[in-house]
Design a protein around this ligand. Structure first.
Ligand code: SF4
Length: 345
């Protein structure tokens, strides 16, 4: 009898957790079983994912803070993105922010107990003028705040990643977004191979990589599994998992393929396939997980606090209360439990 056809009452979710903890890759068949499981097995799945999560991350939650330091005006055509050249979404558009504005955002991130400040700019790749400004800003932020700094700057070559390393960037984000097979359906102005090349350039410079994806864009279960296996093969350190916010004015407006329980199954699968990685519930947490957001923490160990790139997140106080009420504690930039804990602003 194949795994996919095992009656639900007999399926051994614990065995998958044990495989993951032993460093084994769960089979594609088992991965399909995770994604296709009935809602009635969700708590057992979460318990298995939580066993793995707890082994590597205890009950700690990492907070990241996003700043969109340059918005809109992008020549690319990523269909999910409100900042692309083909989007008519009503968003604020602005060039690279003044350094004082970025330092003010870093101060806010620090006050919200974020361990990582994520500096993001729109665009295919940065101009030399903007790139130089980014380097100087990174030095200023790093000199003032004890946070990790993650830069998300589009496509980068090895010379650029080397300069980012010298400026003190701890991590670079560049999402794969989906599988190699599905990438052409979500973007035509650059390729999956372009994205892979940037991740290789980041690793060549000795910077840790942050890369994840977006779900709810028409991908199959195989696409979801393939992206996880690619991220595992790349040994990516940090994995943001976004659930599509179908922003009006983008080609994916109105698309609604996800349910809260399916989002949780995806989080469980990624924990089982990427057991030791930092897994972050990223954009779309409030929109797609809705009332089930706290359950996501049983698989993931990280969230964004504050707003997303062009859409608002829920209030920071609500996040603190969610973390505290579910029995989790905050973690600082060095991975230590924050003694004050969540719950106050
Ligand atoms: S995701 Fe990045 S590269 Fe793609 S359209 Fe948006 S800003 Fe441009």
């Amino acid at each position: 009898m194949s795994i996919a056809s095992v009656p639900s009452t007999c399926f051994d979710w614990c065995a998958l957790a044990e495989q993951a903890l032993a460093g084994e890759v769960i089979s594609r068949e088992a991965a399909h079983r995770v994604l296709a499981a009935p809602d009635g097995e969700l708590l057992e799945q979460l318990a298995a994912a939580h066993r793995v999560r707890r082994h590597y991350w205890g009950n700690r939650v990492r907070l990241h803070f996003l700043l969109n330091a340059q918005s809109g005006l992008c020549p690319e055509d990523c269909h999910y993105c409100s900042q692309s050249k083909i989007s008519t979404a009503a968003i604020e558009k602005y060039p690279f922010l003044a350094q004082e504005d970025i330092l003010a955002a870093a101060e806010r991130a620090h006050s919200l107990k974020a361990g990582t400040f994520c500096l993001v700019i729109s665009g295919r790749s940065p101009s030399e003028r903007v790139f130089s400004q980014v380097l100087e800003t990174v030095r200023q932020v790093k000199a003032r705040y004890p946070m990790k700094l993650c830069a998300c700057l589009g496509l980068l070559d090895e010379q650029q990643t080397q300069r980012l390393a010298e400026a003190g960037v701890d991590r670079v984000n560049h999402n794969l977004n989906t599988s190699a097979a599905h990438h052409g359906d979500i973007c035509t102005t650059h390729t999956f191979a372009d994205r892979m090349a940037t991740l290789k350039a980041v690793q060549a410079a000795g910077i840790t990589t942050c890369s994840g994806g977006i779900f709810g864009m028409g991908e199959s279960h195989d696409d979801i599994i393939d992206m996880a296996l690619t991220l595992r093969q790349l040994q990516v350190t940090s994995v943001p998992l976004n659930f599509l916010i179908p922003i009006p004015g983008t080609p994916f407006q109105g698309r609604q393929e996800l349910t809260p329980t399916q989002c949780l199954r995806i989080l469980c699968l990624y924990r089982l396939l990427l057991p030791a990685q930092e897994i972050r519930i990223a954009g779309g947490r409030e929109v797609q997980l809705r009332q089930l957001q706290p359950l996501g923490l049983y698989a993931a160990n990280s969230i964004f606090i504050g707003d997303y790139l062009t859409t608002p997140g829920q209030a920071a106080q609500a996040d603190f209360e969610m973390i505290r009420d579910a029995g989790f504690v905050l973690e600082d930039a060095e991975g230590h439990e924050l003694l004050a804990g969540p719950g106050t602003l």
